[in-house]
Ligand binder design. Sequence first.
Ligand code: 2NL
Length: 346
Amino acid sequence: MDLAQLTRDLDALAASTRAGVAAAADVAALDALELEILGKKGRLTEILRGIGSLPVEERPKVGAVANVVRGSIETAFAERRTALSGRELEARLLAERVDVTTPGRPVRRGALHPSIQAMAEIAEIFGRFGFVVQETPEIEDDLTNFQLLNIPPDHPARDLWDTLYLDVPGRLLRTHTSPGQIRVMQSTKPPIRVLLPGRCFRYEAIDASHGSEFFQVEGLMVDEGTTLGDMRGLLDEFAHAMFGAGKRTRFRPGYYPFTEPSVAFDVECLVCGGVGCPACGRTGWMTILGAGMVHPVVLRNCGLDPERYQGFAFGMGPERISMLKHRINDLRLFLEDDLRFLEQFR
Ligand code: 2NL
């Protein structure tokens, strides 16, 4: 082995390696080739072992050549690696492309049930007149649900077949929101202006049109010198806000044990305008709620002096209000949870 031969071998290795590097199809092939040439047991190391058989003074010269060759080989590998990995990245980006501008799958948004929507709308309108929404207990006692409201012990509503009694003695599910009004009067010094929307319960044979739960919205105003005229004015404002300005209204005599006098409050038929049609039973009028002046006995039952304080109260079913407003002809639609109905109230 001599210097010339070693130099030729190194040049040959450099040339064949460059050809191999150029032919490597991917980074993996390049890695394998690099190990074969530059690895600890690679071809370059093998050639350089020949240095040992050279005279000592020639060895540095081979070393210098070897370094140049190694440098050029390493550069070739590095450049090819950059090119190949760039191409591979490009191919991957193309294959795994995600269009970040594609619209997402829409999240289906829920909506309030039409009964709840009606209660919210009623509360908003009375809110304009200073009425404040209160929530009161659904579990009541006989005293507050019936006795203090002047409902006599033999009243049909108190029958076992109309009221849901709990197995706790004296406890029942409220049959109307009125006991809540009793609680407000017991605990609040007038002036009082409250609105009580809530769930009520009656023991009924359950069918498609009757559940044992329903909603009621009751209102109460108590102050010094509150009159039937005040009530008429307020209810007119309500009817006009809910059903349209200028709609005619009327009071008809009614009866409730807890009011005196008691009235039914009608609005002109929203279908025929008062002429008479099947929707209003040809009367030209539709009843929207019941109301009256709080019975003096009820005021006294709550610790209020009827000589000083007067008040009025009214009660309505939110479904009935919604039916009149949207011309819905079947109460069952509010109970069936049919999306074809509900989705019209989004
Ligand atoms: C209806 C009629 C009404 C009341 C509820 C009431 C409450 C107290 C005192 C006096 Cl504490 N009255 N509430 C008065 C008249 C009518 O509801 O048809 N509701 C669905």
